[in-house]
Write a protein that binds this ligand. Structure first.
Ligand code: ZN
Ligand code: ZN
Length: 670
């Protein structure tokens, strides 16, 4: 059921983790390296900024808008994001009035999609033609809000060209025979560019007055500001701050499709990649999917949580061409992500526990790997009372999506579109996007964005938000690192100023390309591994001995991210153990005990926070030991011989203390 699915988008407050985020002291001046060098104060980002908010009135005469009153009633500032990255925007409103051009209303009417008595006008075409009007140019550092009255068109609504009008327009969805209007298209919308459109034709066709229109416009603007200056996850919950500020260049979506239907891939991997590279053009994405049967304990768990429904759940879709698609659920899996954020739900718990093994992950803190469990249930079993549901669990390092099998079987393309949308939405949360307003009432704009609509793309507001916080994050980290490496600061002064200026100019992608290049250019030196010691030492490892390995690992700038111990015994297989940072620069791991005669070889690999890797093999150092016997046949022979010898000596010097000690030792040995 779509309403229910929609609720499960409320991605369950992402618990735990966080606090990796360290507050950066933005004003750090560096001592000059010598008396004649210029002192270069590392420039901080000014996060008090101004946004030009252009209010364009199209087909609405000047006399209907009281500009003085409107200006005085509109908010002067708005905050975006949370401490320590709060941007305080000063809003600079300007006004422009233009008649509605006839050729535009004509092309809208001509391209309309008619269904029932409604003419659905095409938002994409509107956005295109309006973008060519000089009066409606989007401010370079701001947003355009267009209020329009379209002449000669009555009884109209809107649609997005990318939404398959045949699948979505004038469609009725029924849950248990109750129709619901999920697909209504409100008159206010926007998002692919930095523009919102408010269709107030109806208000204008009634008996408009200055005060009623001024008030309508004021309310529409005020209610839209939260969507325009959208925040990210960390603004809702400080524990999400890690997701806001994550810095990765390469993301890898790994989908494990459990109980997948053979030969039928429900996800278009290329679309995933394209959506996210469009959202974050400074990153590179790959996506893979693997189908395999769910393991028996999981199937058993799901079975134990499955109940027979006394009345079947019934979801059907009636398309405008008369096609009816229906899926039914005779059973339901008890899955509750709503209570306590779903942390205690046994199915979620099972996935939390198994994510590492399912995806063969070594580092759960590496959030550039996005593990997705796509759980397919059988054709007549609902999940949490819904035909599909999903949760993005950033702190537990997993996205869980489950769906009723007949979503693919009986809903066909609609089912796949829904599943695809849900996946993109949940990954959107992973990179910290939050929902747009869920109120479809006419007072709100419907943002064309993958975080709410059935679209492939993310909106300009989400893109701006994601780019702003990424830039601030990279910039502050760069400054933080530069305070450690003063010699570089003078060289980088111009680049830093340039990057910051691009940011102020709202050229976010260029700004990010610049700062990402500076940031990753700071550290190209892999960590240094030294002082490798083992206990017990190489010549005294007995079969019952575990071997503790210590190493000193240092990195000149970005810091050591992880250290791995690789070891092999005689069978030639290499095993890896994450070493633990026990104190300072000392890292430690333990090799398990091996039987007598085992030849153990080990190496150490260290990675810094910029993914520079070094390994002891490169330096030609080989670390090896052979497990020695406590009582090898040869040693026993030696001991026996020794004993015989000692006893004979003992008999000769029976009163010697020295001899007594030797006897004692012999006894102990045997
Ligand atoms: Zn969500
Ligand atoms: Zn959006």
């Amino acid at each position: 059921m779509l309403n229910k699915t929609t609720r499960s988008f409320l991605c369950l407050s992402l618990i735990v983790v966080i606090s990796l985020f360290t507050t950066i002291n933005p004003k750090t001046s560096l001592p000059s390296t010598n008396a004649t060098a210029n002192t270069f104060e590392l420039p901080t980002i000014n996060i008090n900024q101004t946004a030009d908010m252009k209010l364009a009135f199209l087909g609405i005469p000047t006399e209907y808008i009281n500009q003085t009153q409107l200006t005085s009633l509109l908010p002067k500032t708005i905050k975006q994001f949370a401490y320590p990255n709060t941007i305080t925007w000063t809003l600079n409103f300007s006004f422009g009035f233009t008649p509605f051009p006839d050729n535009i209303s004509d092309s809208l009417t001509e391209s309309a999609f008619h269904s029932g008595s409604t003419a659905y006008l095409n938002i994409t075409i509107l956005d295109n033609v309006l973008s060519q009007l000089p009066d409606l140019a989007i401010p370079e550092r701001g947003y355009l809000l267009t209020f329009m009255s379209i002449p000669n068109v009555t009884g109209h609504s809107w649609f997005y060209i990318q939404e398959r009008p045949d699948l979505f327009l004038n469609r009725t969805d029924y849950f248990n025979d109750v129709p619901f209007e999920y697909w209504i298209f409100p008159p206010n919308f926007g998002g692919l560019r930095r523009a919102l459109y408010f269709d107030i034709s109806e208000t204008m066709q009634q008996s408009p007055t200055e005060s009623s229109l001024t008030s309508t416009v004021r309310i529409l603007i005020t209610k839209s500001l939260g969507d325009i200056f959208t925040s990210l996850g960390g603004s809702l919950d400080p524990r999400w701050m890690v997701a806001d500020t994550q810095k990765y260049r390469d993301y890898n979506v790994r989908i494990l499709w459990l109980n997948g239907t053979e030969g039928q891939t429900p996800i278009n991997l290329d679309q995933i990649r394209a959506s996210f590279e469009s959202l974050m053009p400074w990153t590179h994405w790959t996506a893979t999917i693997e189908a395999e049967p769910a393991d028996k304990p999981l199937n058993d768990l799901i079975q134990s949580r499955t109940i027979d429904l006394s009345t079947a759940l019934n979801y059907s879709i009636l398309l405008s061409n008369g096609t009816q698609l229906t899926i039914q659920s005779q059973q339901n899996v008890d899955w509750n992500p709503y209570e306590n954020s779903g942390e205690n739900d046994p199915i979620n718990q099972y996935f939390f526990k198994h994510v590492k093994e399912y995806f063969n992950l070594t580092d759960l803190n590496d959030k550039s790997v996005i593990p997705v469990i796509l759980m397919q249930l059988d054709n007549h079993t609902a999940f949490g009372g819904s035909f599909q549901g999903g949760v993005s669990w950033f702190p537990y390092n997993v996205i869980i999506i489950a769906f009723q099998g007949s979503t693919l079987k009986d809903l066909g393309e609609i089912g796949r579109i829904g599943l695809m949308h849900l996946l993109r939405h949940e990954i959107g949360h992973w990179v910290s996007l939050i929902h747009h307003s869920f109120d479809f009432a006419s007072g709100y704009p419907k943002i064309i964005c993958s975080m709410r609509s059935m679209t492939n793309e993310f909106c300009a507001f989400c893109k701006d938000a994601r780019a702003r916080i990424s830039f601030i994050s990279y910039y502050n980290s760069t400054i933080e690192l530069l305070t450690k490496k003063q010699t570089k600061t003078t060289i980088l002064q111009d680049e830093l100023n340039n990057a910051r200026q691009l940011f102020y100019d709202w050229n976010y992608n260029e700004a990010l390309n610049e700062i990402v290049a500076i940031y990753y250019g700071l550290d190209s030196t892999p960590p240094n591994i030294s002082n490798i010691t083992q206990t017990p030492s190489q010549n005294s490892v007995f079969p019952e001995d575990e071997v503790k390995i210590n190493a000193t690992v240092t990195d000149d700038l970005s810091g050591v991210k992880r250290v791995i111990l690789n070891y092999t015994n005689d069978n030639g297989t290499w095993n890896t153990i994450d070493m633990t940072n026990i104190e300072g620069n000392t890292w430690n791991a333990t090799i398990p005990a091996f039987p007598y005669g085992t030849n153990v070889t080990y190496t150490i690999t260290a990675e810094d926070n910029f993914n520079n890797i070094s390994t002891t093999q490169e330096t030609g150092q080989i670390y090896q030991y052979i497990v020695i016997p406590e009582f090898s046949p040869f040693m026993i022979l030696l001991i026996l011989l020794g004993t015989v010898l000692l006893i004979s000596i003992a008999r000769r010097k029976i009163n010697s203390k020295k001899q007594e000690q030797i006897v004692t030792r012999k006894t102990k040995l045997v």
